[in-house]
Design a binder for this molecule. Structure first.
Ligand code: 13P
Length: 255
């Protein structure tokens, strides 16, 4: 199916790979991306901070972009262990994740902090990929939409000019459990309606909403066929270049 929204595929490497492994991955990706239909898909890798500069260098001859996994809202200062927008830009990044559920769980990130990060990212020249999603307990107690609405409202409260969204149900991340295409579509359609209410229908129509949570080559076809699923944020399957290339191919057929 054709869409006004170009598919976007993000590879979130989380805390995996050292430099030699990253280099090997980038070579395989650069070699295979054209024949996988990469021209029809926007591709972004999100490696850990120490790998960012090397990955950006390795991929500079390609259209693949690079992003941080997190960013601090302050321009600089005494924030041990954190990374600023300017440092990400300097390392060759054009994107950053904001509000990944692992940051929210491991580091207690609040909805408001996610909004502040997204705002700082845009002001410094990065595109934030804002991650939201309900936990298993929230879904089972019928609060999915309420949680998504709260997370989205807070993340967009500072009105970042540019952004993409990733709907990542926490119960599907790294578990092998995937939302069915119908479940994912229902959440994506709900998010697009919220975007229309907040920012107007023209903006909502062009914003990309990615699905994340055990996405893999075997399920991208059925998920991509849904009208409001505009790509994927991939964890485990993004570590293997062959699988990641197969997912680029799966997304390119939607373009
Ligand atoms: P998995 O694809 O490993 O489930 O991880 C999803 C994710 O958290 C991407 O940000």
């Amino acid at each position: 199916m054709t869409s006004v929204r170009k598919p976007l595929l993000g590879g979130n490497w989380k805390m995996h790979k050292v430099r030699a492994e990253a280099e090997e991955f980038c070579k395989a990706l650069a070699a295979g991306i054209s024949s996988a239909g990469g021209a029809d898909v926007d591709v972004v890798l999100f490696p850990s901070s120490p790998l960012l500069h090397g990955v950006a260098r390795s991929l500079e001859e390609t259209a693949v972009e690079v992003g941080g996994q997190d960013v601090h809202p302050a321009a600089q200062g005494a924030h041990t262990g954190d990374t600023s927008v300017a440092q990400l830009v300097d390392a060759g990044c054009t994107w950053t994740l904001c509000g990944h559920s692992e940051r929210r769980a491991d580091h207690g990130e609040t909805d408001e902090q996610v909004g502040a990060k997204a705002k700082a990212a845009v002001e410094g020249g990065l595109v934030p990929l804002i991650c939201i999603g309900e936990s298993q307990e929230e879904r089972e107690s019928g609060r999915t939409f309420e949680v998504l609405e709260r997370q989205l409202n807070a993340a967009l409260a500072p009105r970042p000019e540019r952004f993409a969204l990733a709907y990542e149900p926490v119960w599907a991340i790294g578990t092998g459990l995937t939302a069915t295409p119908e479940m994912a579509q229902e959440a994506h359609a709900f998010l697009r309606e919220l975007l229309a209410d907040l920012l107007g229908p023209e903006v909502a129509a062009v914003k990309r909403i990615l699905y994340g949570g055990s996405a893999k080559p075997e399920n991208v076809g059925a998920l991509s066929a849904q009208p409001d699923i505009d790509g994927f944020l991939v964890g485990g399957a993004s570590l293997d270049p062959e699988k990641f290339l197969a997912m680029i191919e799966g997304c390119s057929s939607r373009a």
